[in-house]
Design a protein around this ligand. Sequence first.
Ligand SMILES: O=C([O-])CC(=O)C(=O)O
Ligand SMILES: [Mg+2]
Length: 612
Amino acid sequence: MLRNSVFRTVHSATKLHVTSSVRHYSRRALTTMAAFPDLRMETMVQTTTKHGMDVIHDPLLSKGTAFSLSERERLGIRGLVPPRTQEMDKQLQRIIRNLRECRTPLEKFVFMTALQDRNETLYYRLLIDNLEELSQIIYTPTVGEACQRFHSIYRRSRGMYFSSLDRGQMAAMVHNWPHDQVDVIVVTDGSRVLGLGDLGANGMQIPIGKLSLYVAGGGIRPTSILPVVLDVGTNNEELLNDPLYLGMGHRRLEGDEYYSFVDEWVHAIQNRYPNALIQFEDFQSKHAYNLLNKYKDKVCCFNDDIQSTSAVALAGVLASLKARGQTFENLSDERIICVGAGSAGVGVCEGIIDCMVEQGKVKSREEAYSRIWMLDQHGLIGNSNLGSEQTSNGERAELDERQVCYEKKDMKDRMSLEEVVKAVKPTVILGLSGAPGVFTEGAIRAMADGVEKPVVFPLSNPTRQSECTAEQAFEWTDGRAIFASGSPFKDVEYKGQIRKVNQLNNSNSFPGLGLAITTSRATRVTSKMFMETAVTIANMATEDQLKQGILFPGMGELRRVSKEVATRVCEVAYEQGLARAQLPQGSSLKDVIEDSMWNPEYVPTIRIDGHM
Ligand SMILES: O=C([O-])CC(=O)C(=O)O
Ligand SMILES: [Mg+2]
């Protein structure tokens, strides 16, 4: 099958389809290929200048025991691997057997990392074929533990680190990355890793995990991704005092120093990879919005925690409307409580407000704000002139301009969740607090007293940080809840009946977005793209699934979800005049998207000399 439309015209004369690693293809190489029996016409090939052990030890080239005899001959690896050539299915059998012998999720994580470091094709095949199970290892929740233990389990480098030692050097340093084409970069400063707080340079596992899903779910090429940590220090005392910690041993840069550091990095990246999509990930709230606002109109970038979380949460609420026998237009009639007023909480609520305003059923943005009650760690953002409940969480810092919009003038400040629930009778409760257990039994039972089908979405990650468990949600609502969580839970048996859980995670959104940006070569990421992502995801479940409480396809169908999302986002990119790629004539957008997705399979490797 044709993999990359860019090469369609270049190679149509030779009827030869090549992988994107092949940039320049000489007549000599073509003649050489014809001389080898495993290279048929109508096949894809990859080329390398490497030889011998260097091929075996390059995870992007290695096929382990799957090199054919003629490949072994021409790559100089005859005798360097066991004699029997094994097909990928046999390799997978061995890998799965070994994986099953790992006792803990963290052991599985280390095992998966080792596989990725040996043979990326096999790693992605295994991941795609077992996404439901293995996303829980390489992504949330296990990736959280892997970050906490990063400096203990560290084996081999992956990605790039830019530290406070590198100021003034970044424009040169980016050229150390070995690939000329980079489509997607995920960058973190490790300051708010999932709901686990400041983990400094240990946060590297997050960009690596996210990018694995870009490849597995969104079909981005493994050579075109770049995981990055901006090591601006850490304020985590435990890490600062740990001699094995691998990041910079000083406190975080702040203020101008911090922003000029990030600025230098963005410029360096723009210089070498002007077309790359930059995903800001797990930045603490105080910087997340500032960085997004600074770069979103200048650079092709977005903030995953603000914008993807917002898209999937909106998708969840919209799909839940259908599951409750209503339509998307009923969004403005919802009464929504959001627990968590950080960048994720505010981002999610802004997405919902944007959608209410776009639908035109509210008269003003202010009216839309009145549908959402926001709580932070101190309680409701209410009116302190009406009195204020004391909490044990110290003083509340001054609210920022985004949080202030949610202030409820007619309610006492700092009311507890349970009090707010009793006063408001919410239809939806969202958790973006990173605070495990804040959805208390009293609050959820009170919610279930007020509505027939309470929508309960504890979205904090990893699983241990979830605002409540799936079991609790069903127990406390007499099995009536519509449930979605950020990290995976198992379906729940309630009074002999199965209650369905949904995983409502950013991963439903970002791989498809990346695929769309890469295919269309869009120059910017817009809020319209996220809103359409939400609507696309919300339309994916069938009537039958909605009746069972399934709001959208699970992680196992990430490739299908990403394809749908990418198709719609691509359309938006063209509608908004942001796309630069010329689409091939006569193909549907969906086919172009499908064709551009990388699929892990072994293709014949040929050796070329470095001068071709
Ligand atoms: O990584 C995830 O599972 C979702 C996310 O971005 C976060 O919780 O920060
Ligand atoms: Mg995140």
